[in-house]
Design a protein around this ligand. Sequence first.
Ligand code: LLP
Length: 444
Amino acid sequence: MGEVFSTTVRRVADGALSVGGCDVRDLAGAYGTPLYIVDEEDLRGRARAFREGFGAAFGRYGAEVDVYYASKALLSSKIARWMFEDDMCMDVASGGELEIALRGGMPPERIGLHGNNKSDAELRRALEAGVGRIIVDSMTEIETLNAIALELDLVAPVMVRITTGVHAGGHEYIATAHEDQKFGLSLASGAAFEALLECHDAAGLRLNGIHTHIGSQILSLDAFQESAERMLGLRAAFAADTGIWLDEVDLGGGFAIRYTPDDEELAPHRAAAGVADAVAAAVDKVGGPWPRFSIEPGRAIAGPAGMTLYRVGVVKHVALEDGGARQYVAVDGGMSDHMRTITYGASYTATVASRVSEAEPARSRVVGKHCESGDIVVKDVELPSDTSRGDLLAVPATGAYGRTMSNNYNALLRPAVVSVRDGEADVHIRRDTLEDLLSWDVAP
Ligand code: LLP
């Protein structure tokens, strides 16, 4: 099924798609559309590929590495359970994500808590639960967390989030280590160094290491190399000043995936070898003992494993100024379940999933049912010219930042998340109901 769909996707005998051994027509019938479908074998295979790939690549240098799944990409307590069973750690970025991870049975010591503006309640809960690391993001947080830890008579394990100045990845809004933005403490200005000293001196904190995340959808290993060099340079400077070599360095996530057949990916094994070699070169250059490393892939684990299934409603043919025509295929969801196209101008592809068509392909755009002309799911794709009401349409590579960024715009009901494997489907998140919607509204 091409390189964009997850590994178990096939066309069955009469031309419909199946995933994880389940016919998409049955899934649509059972769970409604739109529907987020997660290919369990694919997702867990990717998690394993990161863990084993990075384990082996760092192992060649006698070093150790932990893989934290960035749960903001896609989260359910059942996914947290998979991550636990597959020996992964998890990155959470709010109190809510933390609760879901804990509900799934992820041991707290394998959880890292992120966030540029954590509340007192979130910090307290994380400390009481015993999370393995809190990634502190500001001087204010360092003071606040220290005070809460002292009050609880606990010691908070912390890493400091560093803004290295390395700018990588796709859209400006998903690049995170350049200077002019809200995350982290700046390496260049000296704020990062100051924060390290502050954490080191704080009685309620145990400074474990440093963390950075340079952006998302990154293809270039050079960006990781630059980032590793700057991080290890900071670690060496801290050692020169205090005599302490920090134990841990986290290089974040951001490994690119394929959204369309034209895209390239940074596959786990290539990323592992590239990052390990880059880090080794940086350790050589900067000196000091190897720290324990960690990475935080989200999209590269969940993204390719997921697809969204829609039902086609209205099809229109619109004349274009260039003399051509565009087929507008409207589906029963849109920018409420699929935010990435309108937010980042992201590209996707789509295919008719309930049958094969012999009709000529037509220049098409997949749109939603919201009251906005920017409500686009797939901007440019060839779909059969006989695509019509009732057809199922599958959009691949929607596993990451699909459901987690969804909303109820126009009072639409958010789709269910269902995983499939060996012919069985399992509901992770049920579909919103009209009753849910009315229960959130307080009647006059
Ligand atoms: N670690 C940290 C600290 C992060 O902030 C992120 C993503 C990740 C790891 C995982 O990055 P990934 O491997 O998934 O690229 N909504 C945007 C992406 C925002 C990512 C924010 N942080 C999108 O849909 O592209």
